[in-house]
Design a protein around this ligand. Structure first.
Ligand code: RFL
Ligand code: PHB
Length: 389
C-alpha cells in the first residue's frame, strides 16, 4: 500500500496531525502499538494554551472543548504559608483552558472515525526503512502478519518510548537530558476542586498541585520518590500529605473522596536534535519531554504539529520545500524555550533531596520576587499561557 503521510502513534500529536492533513486533502494512515481502549483511557495533561485550542478548532474538533473546557484567567502560586494569584489575563491578554488530554484524544478519535480515516491498532515490530531516500517505507506486524506501507513522508508521533527516534542512527542524533530525583503521584477523584484556579504549591515537604478536570472532578498531585509504590498510598494518606503542603486557608477547604485513578510519573527534561532525518519527522514526545510542572508537553506537541502540518501543506500545494527544510529549526527554537521554562519552574517549586536550607531559601526568594515584581510575573505569565508560534 502507498500513502502520502504515514503516521506512527495515535497520541495527541499523531491524531491532530492526521486530522489537519485530512482536512487539507492529504492522505494519512496511523499505526498504533496500543489498543484503542488503552489510547482512550490514558490520563495525562490538563492545561491547553490558546494556540493549542486554535489548532484543535482548525482541525474541526473544538466543539465539545468550547462547551466543557474551563477558561482560567489566572493561577495561584503558594509558598511560605500563603498563596499569590498571577493574573494571566491582565498580564498577557491571554488565558488557558482546562480540558483533559483524555477528552482531546476522544474528540480526535471520534472525528477520525467519522471521516472514515484508517487507524491500525495493536501493531508490533514497527520498523522504518530508507529514510534518506525517496522510497521510504514502514513495516509492522499485525496479528502475526507482516505489512508494508510506502510513504512520501513518515511522522514519528510515537512518544518517548517509540520506534521512530530509536530507528535513527546514533551518529545522526544528539540528545540532551536531565532526570529529576523525584516523581509526581497523581490522583483523579469525583470531588469538587479545592479552588476555581490551579494552585502550584512549594513546601518543605515537597511540591503539590491542585488541578481539575471539571466542576465535579479534581486532579491532585504531590511530589514523591521516583520509585514510590502506589500500594503504599491509600487515599487517606494522599489527602493528608496534600493538606500538609497547602497554605492553611486552602487545606481547610479540601473536600475528600475516593480516587479512581492513581499513578506515579517520573520527571525528566529531554530533547533530541535534529527533529528531521530525511523523510522522517519527529513530533511531540518522540523528540522531547518536559517535566509536567509548566503544563507544556501536550502544548509543545501541538506546536510541532502546527509547523509540520503547514510545511506538508505547502509541499503538496506545489510550493518549494523551504518550510519542510526549516521544520526542525523552527520547532526546536520553541521547544528549548518551553524546556527552559519547565525546568525553571521545576527547580523553583520542588524539594531536592540532596540540597540543604540554602537552596530552599533561594527558592522562596525567587517565588517572592516573582509574585511581587510585575516584570517577573509577566515573564512567568507569558511563558505559562504559551509563547507565540
Ligand atoms: P504520546 O501521548 O506518548 O503518544 C504516543 C503514541 O504512540 C504510541 N506508540 C507507538 N505506536 C506505534 N509503534 C510504536 N513503536 C509505538 N510506540 C508508542 C503510544 O501507544 C501512544 O499512543 O505522545 P504525543 O502524541 O507526542 O503527546 C504528548 C503528550 O501526551 C504529553 O506531552 C503530555 O501528556 C505531557 N503532560 C502535559 N502536557 C501539557 O501540555 N499540559 C499538562 O498539563 C500536562 N500534564 C503531562 C501532564 C504528562 C504526564 N505524564 C503522565 C507523563 C501530566 C502528567 C502526569
Ligand atoms: C493536570 O491537570 O493534569 C495538570 C495541570 C497542570 C500541570 C500539570 C498537570 O502543570
Amino acid at each position: 500500500m502507498r500513502i502520502q503521510v504515514a503516521i506512527i502513534g495515535s497520541g495527541p500529536s499523531g491524531l491532530l496531525l492526521g486530522q489537519l492533513l485530512a482536512k487539507a486533502g492529504i492522505e494519512t494512515i496511523i499505526i498504533e502499538r496500543a489498543s484503542k481502549r488503552h489510547v482512550l483511557a490514558r490520563v495525562r495533561a490538563g492545561v491547553l494554551e490558546q494556540g493549542t485550542v486554535d489548532l484543535l478548532d482548525q482541525a474541526g474538533v473544538g466543539g465539545r472543548l468550547h462547551l466543557e473546557g474551563m477558561r482560567h484567567d489566572g493561577v495561584l502560586l503558594a509558598f511560605d504559608g500563603h498563596s499569590h494569584r498571577i493574573d494571566l489575563q491582565s498580564l498577557t491578554g491571554k488565558t488557558v483552558t482546562v480540558y483533559g488530554q483524555t477528552e482531546v484524544t476522544h474528540d480526535l478519535v471520534d472525528a477520525r472515525e467519522a471521516a472514515g480515516l484508517t487507524t491500525i491498532y495493536e501493531v508490533e515490530n514497527v520498523s522504518i526503512h530508507n529514510i534518506d531516500r525517496g522510497s521510504s517505507y514502514i513495516t509492522f506486524e499485525k496479528e502475526g502478519i507482516e505489512h508494508r506501507i510506502d510513504a512520501d513522508f513518515i511522522a514519528g508521533c510515537d512518544g518517548y518510548h517509540g520506534a521512530s527516534r530509536s530507528s535513527v542512527p546514533a551518529k545522526a542524533i544528539r540528545t540532551f537530558e536531565r532526570v529529576y530525583p523525584f516523581g509526581w503521584l497523581g490522583i483523579l477523584a469525583d470531588i469538587p476542586p479545592l479552588n476555581s484556579e490551579l494552585i502550584y504549591a512549594r513546601h518543605e515537604r515537597g511540591f503539590a498541585l491542585c488541578s481539575m478536570r471539571s466542576a465535579t472532578r479534581s486532579r491532585y498531585y504531590i511530589q514523591c520518590r521516583s520509585d514510590e509504590r502506589i500500594e503504599d498510598w491509600s487515599d487517606a494518606r494522599f489527602y493528608d500529605e496534600l493538606r500538609r503542603r497547602l497554605p492553611q486557608e486552602h487545606a481547610d477547604r479540601l473536600t475528600i473522596g475516593p480516587s479512581f485513578e492513581k499513578s506515579v510519573a517520573p520527571l525528566r527534561s529531554f530533547v533530541a536534535e535534529p527533529m528531521r532525518f530525511g523523510r522522517l519527522f519527529l513530533v511531540g514526545d518522540a523528540a522531547h519531554i518536559v517535566p509536567p510542572t509548566g503544563a507544556k508537553g501536550l502544548n509543545l506537541a501541538a506546536s510541532d504539529v502546527h509547523y509540520l502540518f503547514e510545511a506538508l501543506r505547502l509541499h503538496y500545494a506545489g510550493a518549494d520545500d523551504a518550510a519542510l527544510d526549516a521544520y526542525s529549526e523552527r520547532a526546536l527554537q520553541r521547544v528549548w524555550r518551553a524546556v527552559r521554562f519547565s525546568w525553571s519552574m521545576t527547580m523553583m517549586m520542588h524539594r531536592f533531596p540532596d540540597e540543604g536550607e540554602f537552596a530552599a531559601k533561594i527558592q522562596n526568594a525567587e517565588l517572592d520576587y516573582l509574585v511581587s515584581s510585575k516584570a517577573a510575573s509577566t515573564a512567568f505569565a507569558e511563558n505559562y499561557v504559551g509563547l507565540p508560534y
